[in-house]
Design a protein around this ligand. Structure first.
Ligand code: HEC
Length: 100
């Protein structure tokens, strides 16, 4: 059964949950782009800033500061510019929910 068939089979009631799950999967894909440097699910190796379990507001604020040039960075200002403010809020919420 492919994904679309599954969605249809779940019917109207299941669809809302399925869409919520699809959204979570999408946020996971965005967050995976951070894993190369900040570790799998934000659990970084020593010496690198971990993201897992940090307050959502702190991650979000740091990303917005990088994006708008308010915080000096070697590369995070480039990375942060690749996301909308809405995506940044969702990525921050995702990492805040991970176990450190
Ligand atoms: C290529 C490596 C790399 C990737 C990919 C990367 N980062 Fe970073 N990140 C850094 C570095 C290096 C710093 C330190 C600031 C700087 O020099 O840019 C940093 C700093 C940060 C900080 C501040 C941490 C603190 O405690 O001060 C946050 C928050 C952050 N990154 C979030 C993210 C998010 C979210 C993503 C994915 C969308 C991401 N980073 C992807 C390398 C990376």
């Amino acid at each position: 059964m492919n994904a679309v068939t599954k969605l249809l089979a779940m019917g109207v009631l299941g669809t809302t949950a399925a869409l919520a799950q699809a959204q979570v999967n999408e946020i996971r894909v965005w967050a995976a782009a951070c894993a190369a440097c900040h570790g799998t699910e934000g659990r970084a190796v020593p010496g690198m800033a971990a993201l897992a379990g940090k307050p959502q507001s702190a991650i979000e604020q740091a990303m917005l500061d990088f994006k708008h040039g308010r915080r000096p960075a070697t590369l995070m200002h480039h990375i942060a510019k690749g996301y909308t403010d809405e995506q940044i809020a969702q990525i921050a919420a995702y990492f805040a929910a991970q176990k450190p």
